[in-house]
Design a protein around this ligand. Structure first.
Ligand code: ATP
Ligand code: MG
Length: 489
């Protein structure tokens, strides 16, 4: 096996944990994703150690650095002092203060799992004496390889290195049984395929298809975690195709399953679902953008219609889609900031800028939508358009809008009353009025004036506008502003 002859470059702080455990007479090996990634020639993200020492023994041996994060399941997290980490990791830890797993090594006691009556977590874990048993309870052969850093020996009873070489994901043991034990593994298989650019072995894939309904036993939080990783992965096309092919999509987001095979008008060469996959793959791998691309056309099945001419239309699918997207994201338990941003992007993805808009109208639009929303929207539009298979680049209208926004803001970045050269105290003083809604109304009027002509946003000018408003008839502020300008010019 070519893989087993290549030594793995294990950081000092991981080697130290392994040798501390061994010095106390226990077995300890490197296992899991780190071994897999190293054999693939990639730098592991985090390091897992499997040991014959019980969680209590691990705590005693490793002392104050050990934190019993998942003790019931035998996992002790070891905090690696920042000085012991490689330079770049040290910087990362400083930057993100413990949020990264870069400073944690997970040490897990050899286990052989008991019954999984909830299809998700073992009812009890049985700590076991042997590495072989521990490897046998792991999900996929590629994740069930151990490495002994002292000798460079690979322990690979399930043919994981061979699977890595063939780029395939296959269960350890009987796939049906393994997915029935823990339905999360079905999503892990798809996620790993997407991240590693691997296939799922036929037998394992068939077993997912046969057990796909069991994904209902998986918590939203775990589903979301895997879905998010699929969406931001380099192999997102593979991931989405596999979700659909296996039937997982229909379980998790049935609203999208309806887009599969759905034909579109002459601007599109793809079905709605294939167009969706293309759009997701063409937008930056940032979760909110990928979710927006995933859901941007989710309203199409509900709005499909055929004109008398035979032309296919999806009238107002963006408005219908917004509500469906919101429902999907709520059901999956996404945070409200994501729900709001993504569903608004869906709602606006057909937005047409009126090229005759005044500067004031442009500023109001920017104030309402926010600049970073507009930039997200431009990215969604570009991906959407590229994913039609018939056109390229940003649409004319969006490019025009972005340019107008830039020009208008360059002339005056005035988007809210906070940007005015005077504030509420000034208004109260000039008008001699107490705090209250009137102050806000005056400021709002000023903002309206200044949004059309930022040159008026000078303290003295605004103060005299306010003073003038005190005398002038109600609603005459726009005319007042006009007088001011001609006076000053
Ligand atoms: P990554 O860290 O990139 O997500 P990983 O394979 O290290 O990949 P972890 O969730 O860190 O994934 O799990 C570590 C190891 O624990 C896995 O490699 C696998 O051996 C085992 N494992 C994790 N989840 C399961 C599961 N649901 N069923 C069986 N074994 C699992
Ligand atoms: Mg891991």
């Amino acid at each position: 096996m070519p893989a087993s002859s290549r030594p793995i470059d294990v950081p000092r702080y991981v080697l130290d944990i392994i040798s501390d455990l061994r010095a106390h007479g226990h077995q300890a090996f490197l296992v899991g994703g780190a071994v897999r990634d190293a054999l693939l020639g990639q730098v592991p993200k985090d390091w897992d150690v499997a040991t014959s020492a019980t969680p209590d023994q691990v705590e005693t041996i490793l002392g104050g650095r050990a934190i019993p994060t998942g003790k019931r399941f035998g996992t002790i997290s070891v905090i690696v002092p920042v000085e012991e980490q490689p330079r770049d990791a040290r910087q990362e830890v400083r930057d993100t203060v413990q949020k990264t797993s870069a400073n944690v090594v997970e040490v897990t006691t050899f286990r052989s799992d008991g019954v999984y009556s909830d299809g998700r977590r073992p009812d009890m874990v049985i700590f076991s004496a042997s590495l072989e048993e521990d490897l046998a309870r792991r999900d996929f052969a590629i994740n069930a390889i151990a490495y002994d850093p002292a000798t460079g020996r690979i322990i690979d009873p399930h043919g994981g290195a061979r699977d890595i070489a063939r780029r395939r994901i296959a269960c350890v043991g009987d796939p049906g049984e393994r997915f029935r034990e823990d339905a999360l593994r079905m999503l892990r298989a798809v996620r790993l395929a997407a991240e590693l650019d691997f296939d799922i072995a036929d037998e394992s894939k068939s077993a997912i298809k046969a057990n796909v309904h069991l994904v209902r036993n998986v918590s939203n939080e775990r589903i979301r975690a895997e879905l998010d990783r699929i969406l931001v992965s380099g192999g997102v096309r593979i991931g989405l195709e596999l979700l659909q092919e296996t039937g997982l999509l229909k379980e998790i987001i049935p609203e999208l399953e309806e887009t599969v095979g759905m034909r579109q008008g002459p601007n599109h060469i793809y079905t709605v679902w294939n167009h969706t996959i293309e759009a997701v793959a063409r937008i930056e791998p940032i979760l909110r953008l990928r979710l927006a691309a995933l859901l941007h056309d989710v309203g199409k099945p509900k709005t499909f219609s055929r004109e008398e001419t035979g032309e296919i239309r999806f009238y107002r699918h963006e408005a219908v889609g917004k509500e469906i997207a919101r429902g999907v994201l709520r059901r999956l338990g996404y945070p409200s900031a994501i729900i709001e941003r993504v569903s608004s992007l869906v709602a606006y993805h057909m937005f047409l800028f009126d090229k005759t808009s005044s500067d004031r109208a442009v500023r109001k639009l920017v104030a309402k939508l926010g600049l970073d929303f507009i930039h997200d929207l431009a990215k969604l539009r570009k991906a959407d358009r590229e994913a039609t298979g018939t056109m390229n680049g940003v649409g004319n209208n969006m490019a025009f809008f972005l340019q107008r926004v830039e020009e208008v803001l360059a002339r005056g970045n005035i988007l809210s009353v906070r940007d005015l050269a005077i504030d509420g105290d000034d208004v109260k003083q000039v008008l001699g009025i107490p705090p209250g809604p009137e102050v806000g109304r005056v400021l709002q009027n000023l903002l309206d004036i200044v949004m059309e002509d930022p040159a008026l946003n000078e303290r003295e000018t605004l103060l005299s506008l306010v003073a003038g408003q005190a005398q002038g008839p109600p609603g005459s502020d726009a005319r007042l502003s006009h007088d001011m300008r001609t006076q000053e010019a």
